[in-house]
Design a protein around this ligand. Structure first.
Ligand code: TMP
Length: 203
């Protein structure tokens, strides 16, 4: 099977987890060798950085530098070797999250983020990004029902609407890579949307 790199994106509370598990199952059933990973994280070093990232106070540039440092390790040790071996990589968040959260959410300079993206990724991008889009208010009520909030999840609705706008801007700039999923719909309807995207690509 040919190598595939799929990322899942969206504001916190969009409901990605259920569908990541479901897509992983679908690929496994079809005989794909799968790497199911996440950012921030995915290696021992990057998981250690994740703990700091989610729980220590810092400014937007420090957040971006930490997350790109972890991403570099993740790419070098996990993602690039898996793709070179023809495997399917499913990643819960990738660089679009940095543009959305640090860029649009925190107001970090997008040109600086673009430079870091170039250095760290050397042109590597996901083949497909499933963007779970829904209003910030709906995501907030889903989160409140599900779990205690981390440093990002404590941000207000305006922050999450900016993050959402950040994802919309990234999607508009790379329409072939992005598939927008209407995440306000039911689990079954979201699953059907994802199946349609996969079928359209022959996956
Ligand atoms: P998660 O809860 O989906 O694992 O994501 C952890 C949090 O980190 C989430 O609130 C989004 C945030 N984040 C960023 O701010 N920048 C990034 O580059 C990434 C990957 C995540």
């Amino acid at each position: 099977m040919s190598a595939r790199f799929i990322s899942f994106e969206g504001i916190d509370g969009a409901g990605k987890s259920t569908h990541i598990a479901r897509l992983a199952e679908r690929f496994s059933q079809r005989g794909a060798t799968l790497v199911n990973t996440r950012e921030p994280g995915g290696t021992e070093l990057a998981e250690a950085l994740r703990g700091l990232f989610l729980h220590s106070g810092m400014d937007g540039l420090t957040e971006a530098l930490l997350v790109f440092a972890g991403r570099r390790d993740h790419l070098v040790r996990v993602i690039e070797p898996a793709l070179a071996a023809g495997q399917t990589v499913i990643c819960d968040r990738f660089t679009d999250a940095t543009f959305a959260y640090q860029g649009f959410g925190r107001g970090m300079d997008l040109t600086v983020l673009g430079t870091l993206e170039q250095w760290v990724q050397q042109g590597r991008q996901p083949d497909l990004t499933l963007w779970f889009d829904l209003p910030a208010e709906m995501a907030a009520s889903r989160r409140a029902a599900a779990r205690a909030a981390d440093r990002f999840e404590q941000q207000d609705l305006d922050f999450f609407e900016r993050v959402r706008a950040g994802y919309a801007a990234r999607a508009a700039a790379a329409p072939q890579r992005f598939a927008r999923i209407d995440a306000a719909q039911s689990i079954e309807q979201v699953a059907a949307q994802i199946d349609a995207v996969m079928e359209a690509r022959g996956w």
